[in-house]
Design a protein around this ligand. Structure first.
Ligand code: PXL
Length: 285
């Protein structure tokens, strides 16, 4: 049997197509799985190219066990995806919006940076996953430096959490004012639109994020749902921004929609035998 495309699939009916270049997190809370679920909920056609497989270790404090995908296999995934949906593919919806999640090693960063540079995507949303629990500090430091040097300059939108915003900006973040200063600094360094997440890390009744695009500075705020971070919140936020940008939202609209989506997903979180809950992307339904 063949599956040829048909004239019945008019370009107008084609969903926006988005790609996440991310790791698998085996329990389904974070990583590529969270991205794909978010894409589906927000009505875009999601594609995942895997960079690594993370399996938490229930016998060692649920630390990350990290296995990179072979570089050639990462390159093959990117080749297949861009041939099918890239500008030269003839696809009704051209893939012009990409999310970058966990890359995990300097080699993977070089492979992905090469593909990003070659494809000239309109939107590159970077969730700058810096340190993975369970990785050697030396290894993680190399990865941080490579991410800052090779991927950050290619990003158009970046979504650092509290720790990542401190690392990228070089500033200590203790309150909303210092989160604003960090967002401005990261924009100056990268040129990207920044959504810096305070989350549960800043004191107070609200989960506060700061949006800055070089002109508009906006504080996005929602009442905290508990005081403990939920798995998949960061991935889902960046994925929601990606989906909205692909559908044509402005960066500020995309940030606002993403914040609402993640807040609803945290309210409807899923518990398990792991010591952390997972965001449920179906929550808003
Ligand atoms: O939430 C960050 C993250 C991203 N990607 C993968 C992960 C995690 C955290 O566990 O495992 C694959």
């Amino acid at each position: 049997m063949t599956f040829a495309s048909t004239a019945a699939q008019s370009p107008a009916a084609s969903p926006a197509v988005v790609l996440t270049i991310a790791g698998s997190e085996a329990t389904g809370g974070a990583g590529a799985q969270a991205d794909l679920k978010t894409f589906q909920e927000l009505g875009v056609f999601g594609i995942a190219n895997l960079t690594c497989i993370v399996s938490f270790d229930p016998n060692h404090s649920w630390n990350h066990r990290f296995m990179p995908v072979d570089q050639q296999v990462i390159a093959h995934q990117l080749e297949a995806t861009t041939a099918a949906y890239g500008p030269a593919s003839g696809a009704p919806s051209v893939l012009d919006t990409v999310k970058i999640g966990m890359l995990g090693s300097p080699d993977t960063i070089a492979t992905v940076a090469g593909s990003l540079a070659a494809n000239g995507f309109r939107n590159v949303v970077l969730d700058p996953v810096l340190i993975c629990k369970g990785q050697e500090p030396g290894h993680a430091l190399d990865t941080d430096q490579a991410l800052k040097a090779q991927i950050l300059p290619l990003a158009t939108f970046v979504t650092p959490n509290h720790f990542e915003a401190e690392s990228l900006s070089g500033l200590a973040i203790t309150d909303v004012e210092s989160l604003k200063a960090a967002a401005i600094r990261i924009h100056e360094l990268s040129g990207a639109t920044v959504l810096a997440k305070g989350g549960v890390r800043l004191a107070g009744p609200d989960a506060v994020d700061v949006y800055y695009d070089g002109e508009t500075l906006e504080v996005l705020s929602a009442p905290k749902v508990g005081e403990v971070a939920v798995s998949g919140a960061g991935c889902s936020l960046a994925a929601a921004v990606t989906a909205e940008l692909a559908k044509g939202a402005t960066p500020l609209e995309a940030a606002r929609t993403a914040k609402g989506f993640v807040t609803a997903g945290i309210r409807n979180r899923v518990s398990s035998g792991a010591p952390f809950d997972a965001l449920w992307q179906g929550g808003p339904r």
